[in-house]
Design a binder for this molecule. Sequence first.
Ligand SMILES: Nc1nc2c(ncn2[C@@H]2O[C@H](COP(=O)(O)OP(=O)(O)O)[C@@H](O)[C@H]2O)c(=O)[nH]1
Ligand SMILES: [Mg+2]
Length: 371
Amino acid sequence: MGVKAVNSRINMRESRYAKGNPFRSIYIPKDPKEILDTAFKKALRISPPGGIRLNIIKRKKSVTITRIKTLSNELYKRLLKIVKSLPSVDNIHPFYASVMEIWLSKDDYKRYIAKIHGAAKLVQRIAEDYILRIRSTKKTEEIPVKEVLDTIDKLRIEAYGRISSVIESLSTELARLADLIRKMKKLPDYDPSLPAIVVSGPPNAGKSSFVKAVSNARVEIASYPFTTKNITFGHINFIENGIIIGKAQIADTPGLFDRPINERKEPELLALNAIKYLADIIVFLFDGSYERVMDYDEQIRVYKTVREFLGRDKPAIIAINKVDIRDDDLITKLREYITKKENKEYIEISAKNGYNLNILTERIRRALEIS
Ligand SMILES: Nc1nc2c(ncn2[C@@H]2O[C@H](COP(=O)(O)OP(=O)(O)O)[C@@H](O)[C@H]2O)c(=O)[nH]1
Ligand SMILES: [Mg+2]
């Protein structure tokens, strides 16, 4: 609608971190069988060399050696690809690194990767060893052809067996990594070059409704708590006189309950990590309605937790939502607390009917120093 950006790099900043979720395009087979099957298929496609000049032993040696080589090369390549595809936890944005630790410690993550790498090298060593042994089988006066062929078969079966068990020994590591990747992929693509607003508050306070109202985020809204289990990003353009003067990303987060950290569920831990590591500012929504799921005291304690995770140097913008179905007693108490105890201003909004949302976005813009 006649809106244009004066400069596509408005309020963008440098970052040492890449844009997006570092686990986005990773695939880890969760079962070693998958890796073995593909490699064996390739190896078994090798057919014995033709030609009548090679004797039966040479033919058997040749095909067996090529199969073992192919098998180990395929496995090596596949395992190394897995190792290389996994980001180094020390180089990814701290948000992703700390969320990862909800499910898998950094040490285990590193150990698993090292074990896969070790397995790749071990497979190659086993293959080389057996290839040498197969090469040195010979027919002699005492050893008839049949026996040589049997030895080659025996060595081949042994090599396949040892190689397979190396791969199978990775079952725990692969399963845990695959599971981790599946969970990590659900995280949003954070853009470190843009400021981030994190919307937080108790369950059912209208966080998703607010994010949906002010951004392009596709979020889920429902009339019961726990709808939002994940973090979703939307983007906001700040517009003045028909011109985009700034951009930000805004995160919808799961609601927080009033309980100690060790009793918090995964969605809450995600929310707290977003507050701690992604937020440049937060918008805290109190639920000021008679339909609230949390009473005054609990809401205040949730607010205090959020403040603690945000750190003192970052601003929190406070709003009381659902004033269209307001509980006056509750709102009076909240107002007392916010203005007297916290010495802060707040704004009454309705995410549902849009009341005061423009003023709230204006406050966000000022807090982000976009002008
Ligand atoms: N009356 C009223 N209902 C609202 C308002 N904001 C959200 N809701 C409703 O409250 C419920 C929870 O909203 P949601 O945005 O999912 O809350 P969240 O759990 O904080 O993300 C939904 O039924 C919304 O339609 C509001 O300002 N006024
Ligand atoms: Mg929600």
